[in-house]
Design a protein around this ligand. Structure first.
Ligand SMILES: C[S@@+](CC[C@H](N)C(=O)[O-])C[C@H]1O[C@@H](n2cnc3c(N)ncnc32)[C@H](O)[C@@H]1O
Length: 215
């Protein structure tokens, strides 16, 4: 049975308060540090760019990129995650960062073809409807612009899922590279490069796949 966006938001709200300071905080910060390095090395100069961090949580990655970017929008369905993100924006005094608690499939504050870079860290495997969500993100990207998605790595031998599903929440166990490539292609995003990252404190027990894609 599919989880609704409200259920997903509620699940993540429970982690919101201690997301970057609690039990998982070290891993979350290390993950985002590695993610930032991938964005910087693969996407390059961010000056003048409008960036959206999808499923931002506290917005660690988006906030790290804010000083050079023209604008950064932090988007998450979980209200408490966005509350925490807003506190971080205020404490850092960024005027070019906005935070949006919304389901982009229902109420989207962005126009089609408007964003220069969309990034997500450990989000796509948790969205209730991945094909529709990726298609929506593709719609929001400017033609020729990049997206960089990081997903929790699942079993390599997992079968590539059918694209017609719209109701089933999946990928709780992560995604294989083939699945990620398949989903990007289904959203008409060209996958340019993939790689892996693994936070050192997890001693190799948790690995994420990243994929750089172009609209
Ligand atoms: C594992 S957390 C990652 C948070 C952040 N990217 C980080 O690395 O610290 C997943 C986040 O994705 C958000 N999320 C899941 N599905 C979403 C959707 N359809 N739209 C926006 N956010 C979503 C959750 O609310 C949660 O905050």
């Amino acid at each position: 049975m599919a989880k609704s966006t409200e259920e997903v938001a509620k699940e993540w709200d429970e982690y919101a308060e201690g997301w970057t300071t609690g039990e998982m905080g070290k891993c979350v910060l290390e993950f985002n540090q590695l993610a930032e390095e991938v964005v910087r090395s693969k996407v390059g100069d961010l000056s003048g760019k409008s960036v959206m961090e999808f499923g931002a949580g506290h917005g660690v990655l988006g906030l790290a990129l804010a000083p050079e970017s023209a604008s950064v929008a932090l988007v998450d369905v979980a209200p408490k995650m966005i509350e925490e993100a807003k506190k971080k924006i205020d404490s850092k005094g960024f005027k070019n960062v906005t935070a949006h608690c919304c389901d982009v499939l229902v109420e989207c504050p962005f126009s089609p073809d408007s964003l220069d870079l969309i990034i997500s860290g450990s989000v796509l495997t948790f969205t209730p409807d991945l094909p529709k969500t990726l298609a929506k993100l593709a719609d929001l990207s400017k033609p020729g612009s990049y997206q960089l998605h990081m997903v929790f790595k699942g079993k390599e031998d997992a079968p590539v899922r059918g694209r017609s599903r719209t109701t089933e929440l999946g990928y709780e166990d992560g995604m294989s590279e083939a699945q990620l490539r398949d989903e990007l292609a289904a959203a008409k995003l060209s996958c340019l490069e993939v790689g892996e990252l693994s936070p050192p404190s997890m001693e190799g027990s948790m690995t994420w796949i990243w994929a750089l894609a172009k609209k």
